[in-house]
Structures are given as C-alpha cells and as structure tokens.
Design a protein around this ligand. Structure first.
Ligand SMILES: Nc1nc2c(ncn2[C@@H]2O[C@H](COP(=O)(O)OP(=O)(O)OP(=O)(O)O)[C@@H](O)[C@H]2O)c(=O)[nH]1
Ligand SMILES: [Mg+2]
Length: 301
C-alpha cells in the first residue's frame, strides 16, 4: 500500500528575533520571508508552501510574541496569538543560547490552550559548543510544557531541519493538497515585492527609521522590448525627518535600498527589474486605523 498523502498548516511562533522567518525559508526552500538582525521584522502572517511527493505543508510565519505597544504592535501580537489556533502543528522557536533559568514564560503561556502538537525548536545551535551545553535548556523546556518533542536546530545552517520536517509530516492529517503544486504562497506578488524592499530598509537604516516605514507597491507590470518587470512602489514614513534619512544625501540611501531590493527581485523573477521608488510622509500611520488598513494590517478573522 502506498503511503497516504498528508497536508496541513504549521505555525512558526516564538519571541522576536529567534529565527522564525529564517526557519520558514529553510523549510520551504525559498526565501519567502524577510530576515534581519533586528527584532520585530515580521509584521504579518506570512505563508510558505513546501511540496513533497506525499505531503503538502503550509508554513505560517508570524510576528514575534511580544507585548505589542501602539496600534500596529497590538495587531502584530494578535496575529501571532491567533496563528496557533486552527493549525495542525505548532513549532515554538526559541534560542539555543537562552539562559535555562530565565525562560520566557509569557511566550510559553500562548501555547497553553493549543490543541495541536507543539514542537520546541531550539534554534541557532551553531552558536553553542560543545553541544552538551544544550542539555540544561532542553530539560528546562521539557518541564514547562508538554512538547511533542524538543529539537535543537540551526535554521541558518540547516542542521536537523530535515529531521524536523519529517516529524512535521508525520504529524499532519491524511488529506489531499490545499494548494496547486506550483504555489509557493497565498500572498499576492505585490506583497512579496513590498517585503523585499522593507528588508533592505531594515538592514540599512537605524533606530526608529525601519519601524516607521511601510511599503506599498502600486504597480507591477511586465514590459516588453526590452523584457523587464516594472515596479512602482512608495515607502511611507511617519515624519519629515525620517523621509530625509531614508532618501539620504544625494539620494544615496534610497539608491542603496533600491539596488539591494532590485538584486533580490531579479534573482526571484529571473528578469531585469526596473524599480521606481518614492518616499512619502503619512503622519503617525502606525496609530492610524485607516492607514493600517490601507497598508494591509487587517486581521483576517
Ligand atoms: N547564528 C545563527 N543565526 C540565526 C539562525 N537563524 C536565524 N539567525 C539570525 O537571527 C536573526 C533573526 O532572524 P529572523 O529569521 O529575522 O528572526 P524572526 O524570529 O523571524 O524575527 P521577527 O520577525 O523579528 O520576530 C537574523 O540575523 C538571522 O540571520 C541560526 O540558526 N544561527
Ligand atoms: Mg520574522
């Protein structure tokens, strides 16, 4: 008897900056979510679909579990909290370098009512030597939640990620695929393009600036003769001073953001990309419900 086909949803949750988006990209095998060394990079629910011969796994990356401040922070927290509802498996991601005596019980509290099996992924094991130093942390996590399993991994290096994938597949229900075999995500291309731009802002600007930015793609069209993808996008900031920083002297910062994003987009789409970027001020947009809706921060349920 051939093994039955399995399919399901898997939420990746955990504190900010623990490597959830890096793990999503690793498990999907494509860069679906942006990654930065700063906490609270991911703002919305991001899906990435992995297709295997006998299984389809829909991974759901989430903003870090964090007591959100401000209207945007609250929406991000809600998104993360809701992600563990109605999924088949939860991966709780934490850092392997964490102090076992100081686990984050607030983040763990979100797993309390979770009906799905929860795998605890201790990420960034490449930073821990010798590996025996992980044992007290594994023990600390073991006693504080009935995890289905605790797995030390390195999302960046790929260590033990295949084993995690096997465990996830085995825990999924038997059912047909949810999405067509070529689907990588259920988000529109414009969202992905906006995120690629936002990633460069997160990597190139400092302090409050990356957090005060939102990106909207107004146009994404294929052009012929010469063959290219034309992208017109606006970066919204909250203040004039932030606009000045983002554009930079002689527009040097905006050029760096654009060049970085264009390289990623050209690699992904396989065609030349013409990126037309502008910066506008939308006063205090993170506190403005109308702007938040326009920029896509709407809870879907
Ligand atoms: N050394 C090491 N660094 C890692 C690993 N996985 C992720 N990182 C780094 O950790 C930082 C945060 O990674 P992200 O994937 O953006 O983390 P996140 O949990 O999605 O963060 P938020 O979206 O802000 O909640 C980045 O600088 C990554 O390169 C790993 O296995 N080893
Ligand atoms: Mg993230």
């Amino acid at each position: 008897m051939p093994a039955a086909h399995r399919a399901g949803f898997v939420a990746l949750v955990g504190r900010p900056n623990v490597g959830k988006s890096t793990l999503l990209n690793r498990l999907v095998g494509e860069k679906m979510a942006i990654v930065s060394p700063r906490p609270q990079t991911t703002r919305t629910r991001i899906t990435g679909i992995r297709h295997l011969r006998r299984a389809q796994i829909v991974f759901v990356d989430t903003p870090g579990l964090h007591p959100g401040s401000g209207r945007l922070g609250q929406l991000m927290s809600k998104t993360a909290e809701r992600a563990v509802e109605d999924v088949d498996v939860v991966c709780f991601v934490a850092e392997a370098t964490e102090d076992p005596t100081r686990l984050d019980h607030d983040a763990l509290a979100h797993l309390k009512d979770c009906r799905a099996p929860v795998y605890c992924c201790l990420n960034k094991t490449d930073l821990v030597t010798p590996k025996s130093r992980l044992l007290p942390l594994i023990e600390a996590y073991r006693v504080c939640h009935p995890f289905a399993e605790i797995i030390p991994i390195s999302a960046e290096r790929g260590e033990h990620c295949d084993r995690l994938l096997d465990l996830i597949v085995a825990a999924l229900p038997e059912r047909p695929a949810y999405f067509p075999a070529d689907a990588l995500t259920d988000q529109p291309e414009t969202f992905w393009v906006a995120e690629a731009i936002r990633e460069k802002i997160f990597r190139l600007t400092r302090q409050e600036v990356p957090y005060a930015c939102a990106v909207r793609v107004q146009e994404l069209t294929e052009r012929h003769r010469p063959e290219c993808l034309y992208v017109r996008a606006t970066i919204f900031v909250e203040r004039d001073s932030q606009r000045g920083i983002l554009i930079g002297k002689g527009a040097c910062m905006l050029k760096r953001v654009g060049a970085g994003a264009r390289t990623d987009l050209e690699r992904f789409f396989g065609v030349k990309v013409y990126l037309d970027l502008s910066v506008r001020v939308r006063l205090d947009w993170r506190k403005d419900d109308k702007a938040l809706r326009e920029f896509g921060f709407l809870l879907t349920s």
